[in-house]
Design a protein around this ligand. Structure first.
Ligand SMILES: Cc1cc2nc3c(=O)[nH]c(=O)nc-3n(C[C@H](O)[C@H](O)[C@H](O)COP(=O)(O)O)c2cc1C
Length: 328
């Protein structure tokens, strides 16, 4: 008997399933909401959207929520491969149940070695919100990331320097101004920065926490944030869009898996990423960004990629017991 499997050796034991869920929950999610639940079966794990963690002002269609769940699904596949299991992924197993996003069936023995190799990056990946060091990324990486996105049924489009990069930076700044002017959006952001949050939400240095939350809730800081984000966008070694041919939950789930695969592969090569999604979150600007990159389909995320000059603390996660759906 193998310590990772039950008595007949073909299905993972509960400890291994819980470990897979723990690693799935290290995935990034908008505002660190972690909008996912997992149902454990003998030889499968169901991924369920937890819409009690939705962001109605920031993400009215649950598009980013589904993208985040897609990322968790990719992490689950990687953790399964690391534990020696092949994952057979079924999207929307019960179409009448919109929350049941996917099931990962686990088969002993034919684990994907490429996926297994990504495992070490799960604990090292961070959303890096500071400037990157001014060092370009080798074109081979960008080619590789584009291939990884395609593997998951999405695409990656790199915004080459002028005029595309500064036009995208303008859209980011416009997006900031638009989002910050909306008091509902600011209140929602402030709620996920709340000092009493445990295990989720956005990290703010302890001393600044009460003040930061009140400031975000109360003041439209759009102009200042726009100026800072424009600089970040223009100074980033790479700006790239992840997109899909369609714009339905199935596409969002695929884009999330593409994001997860790119982030973990990048991280294994010392590259981190962060997000400049503001223009994707404002419908009129999303169209402009789509037009700017000039390819058919739907933009889902705007990423910055580069080398970080240090590490930052890992953001918090909820305990694994809180992530189990009733049947788990
Ligand atoms: C779909 C999606 C959208 C996100 N959008 C933003 C964003 O607009 N701005 C930002 O700073 N971080 C964004 N993030 C990053 C999350 O805030 C981050 O993943 C979360 O705080 C957890 O931190 P970690 O990625 O370092 O583990 C996004 C993440 C995902 C998956």
């Amino acid at each position: 008997m193998n310590a990772r499997t039950d008595t007949d050796g073909s299905t993972p034991n509960r400890g291994v399933l819980l470990d897979m869920v723990r690693h799935a929950s290290r995935a990034p999610s908008s505002h660190n909401t972690q909008p996912w639940l997992f149902r454990l079966q003998d030889d499968a794990i169901d991924l369920v959207a937890d819409r009690t963690r939705a962001l109605p002002a920031n993400d009215p269609d649950d598009r980013e929520l589904t993208l985040s769940c897609g990322c968790a699904l990719l992490h689950l596949r990687v953790a399964a491969a690391h534990a020696g299991f092949q994952s057979i992924v079924q999207h929307a197993p019960e179409p009448a149940d919109e929350d049941w996003l996917a099931t990962v069936h686990l088969a002993k023995g034919r684990a994907d070695l490429h996926d297994a190799r990504l495992f070490d990056a799960i604990g090292l990946r961070r959303t890096w919100r500071q400037r990157f060091v001014p060092r370009p990324l080798a074109p081979e990486y960008l080619q590789q990331f584009a291939e990884l996105a395609a593997e998951e049924g999405a695409w990656l489009h790199v915004l080459h320097p002028e005029p595309f990069r500064s036009a995208a930076a303008d859209l980011v700044a416009e997006g900031d101004a638009c989002l910050w002017s909306d008091p509902r959006w600011r209140r929602e952001l402030a709620a996920w920065m709340h000092p009493r949050r445990r295990g989720d939400g956005l990290q703010v240095p302890a001393l600044a926490r009460p003040l930061a939350q009140a400031v975000v809730r109360t003041f439209d800081m759009g102009q200042g944030i726009a100026a800072k984000d424009r600089q970040l966008a223009e100074a980033s070694p790479v700006l790239a869009v992840i997109g899909t041919s369609g714009d339905a939950p199935e596409d969002w789930l695929r884009a999330g898996q593409a994001l997860g695969r790119i982030l973990l592969s990048a991280c294994l090569n010392g590259i981190q990423a962060s997000y400049l999604n503001q223009p994707v979150q404002v419908p009129a600007l999303r169209l402009k960004l789509q037009h700017l990159i000039g390819r058919p389909g739907f933009v889902q995320l705007l990423l910055r990629l580069g080398y970080a000059d240090g590490d930052c603390a890992a953001s918090p996660r909820r305990p694994v017991e809180d992530l189990l759906d009733a049947a788990g």
